[in-house]
Design a protein around this ligand. Structure first.
Ligand code: RFL
Ligand code: PHB
Length: 397
């Protein structure tokens, strides 16, 4: 069957937060795009991932007009707790920085963006998002007329475009399509076992706990749903974690009593931990954004926020190109994004190193780790360092 030609200004691969936000910001600037996604709409709307938005991310979504539900349902937080040696220490984020963070599930951000894209798309001649596409490939990205080929509904298509947004996550096809990648990577010798349970949050604020048995995090999705994580082995077998073992371990590591309510566990998963930066964020007219270009361990809650920051820069660069014809901002895309990405990497690596149990750690290293936690919990200067990174560093002008 011959390929059916389609045309758009920006072809976007991936309907995660990166691809959807890019498409929406371009739409607001009058620029046409098509998003291609391998999964179904239902799958991407249900995929459980991040939960914490920096203030700048909330402002970005608000300015883009997609934050009404976020403001109604998001939980605004003014502090976090670090717990070690069985004692809790509050980091007063708002007192230290004047900023807040908001708990709102990534899949809710995704739902809001999809709804906005589909509502706008109803007024156009082609669908703004194509779900369940197959065999996506990029072509001629170093020329002026790149193309994306894919199969949809059993039909082969070619999407002609001016630019391609590579927003297809860590396992996508865009990054491997670029030659001579500059990559920096660290894989951690542990993972997180995460659950969602129908139970009220342990506390109003998040608890990051360091324990001799390993890290634990108590966060939430709402006033009736808790999100809880335990440090585990990278190849952990979930079959070895019946609900009773998960609750016993959470009680132990968080040092909780009745405030840790043992509700029904309705989702369980293991997340490997990795720091990864691909500094080659652009190849000709193909731009990588979000997890396609970088991954952080979730300890600093930076992944989705870094993705949103990339997209702000990319959308502005494309807007400038279509308004004035210049590529100055697009040419600086990687340089501008990487300054923030590396700071996010440093913070995520630091939080991870400070809070996890490392096998084979000697008593000296253990004492240094506890001294660092003690310092961060008692020095206003050290707390401020943590707080200003946690709530989000300012965006580049
Ligand atoms: P995504 O969300 O992975 O979306 C990529 C999309 O591309 C699709 N795709 C393709 N589509 C077409 N053709 C192909 N060949 C394709 N290959 C892939 C995929 O199906 C998918 O829909 O990347 P994006 O948009 O860059 O967004 C990044 C975020 O998802 C990620 O950084 C965060 O989830 C990371 N993260 C956290 N970030 C935070 O900011 N705050 C947090 O609190 C936080 N907690 C977390 C996290 C990630 C976690 N996991 C599971 C990795 C907690 C966890 C447990
Ligand atoms: C979450 O709510 O899922 C979450 C919050 C903070 C983190 C990681 C995950 O550091």
């Amino acid at each position: 069957m011959s390929a059916t030609p389609l045309r758009t200004q920006v072809g976007i691969i991936g309907a995660g937060p990166s691809g959807l936000l890019l498409s929406h910001l371009l739409h607001l600037a009058g620029i046409d795009s098509v998003v291609l996604e391998t999964r179904s709409r239902d799958y991407v709307e249900q995929r459980v991932r991040a939960g914490l938005l920096e203030q700048g991310s909330v402002e970005t979504l608000t300015e883009a007009g997609v934050a009404d539900r976020l403001h109604r349902e998001g939980l605004v937080h003014h502090g976090i707790e670090l717990r070690f040696d069985g004692v809790g220490h509050r980091i007063p984020l708002t007192d230290l920085t004047g900023k807040v963070v908001t708990i709102y599930g990534q899949q809710e951000v995704v739902k809001d963006l999809i709804a906005a894209r589909l509502a706008a798309g109803a007024r156009r001649d082609h669908a703004p998002i194509l779900f369940e596409v197959e065999d996506v490939a990029v072509h001629d990205v170093t020329g002026a007329a790149p193309r994306i080929t894919f199969r949809h509904g059993g039909v082969d298509h070619v999407l002609d475009c001016d630019f391609i947004g590579g927003c297809d996550g860590f396992h996508g096809i865009c990054r491997p399509a670029i030659p001579d990648l500059a990559i920096y990577e660290r894989v951690y010798p542990f993972a997180w076992l995460g659950i969602l349970s129908r139970s009220r949050p342990v506390s109003e604020e998040l608890i990051y706990a360091r324990h001799a048995e390993g890290f634990a995090l108590a966060t939430m999705r709402s006033n009736i749903v808790s999100r809880l994580y335990l440090q585990c082995a990278p190849d952990e077998d979930l079959a070895l974690w019946p609900d009773e073992r998960i609750w016993a371990e959470l009680h132990r590591r968080l040092g909780c009593g009745a405030e840790l309510e043992e509700g029904e566990i309705f989702q369980k998963g293991v997340t490997p931990m990795r720091s990864f930066v691909c500094e080659t964020m652009r190849h000709g007219r193909l731009f990588l954004a979000g997890d396609a270009a970088h991954i952080v361990p979730p300890t600093g809650a930076k992944g989705m926020n870094l993705a949103i920051a990339d997209i702000r820069v990319l959308a502005r660069g494309l807007e400038r190109f279509y308004a004035k014809g210049g590529t100055e901002l697009l040419d600086r895309y990687a340089e501008i994004c990487l300054r923030r990405i590396w700071k996010g990497q440093r913070f995520s690596w630091w939080m991870t190193s400070m809070l996890h149990r490392f096998d084979g750690e000697d008593p000296f290293e253990h004492r240094v780790q506890v001294a660092e936690l003690d310092y961060v919990s008692t020095s206003r200067a050290a707390m401020t360092t943590l707080a200003e990174n946690y709530v989000g560093l300012p965006f580049e002008v």
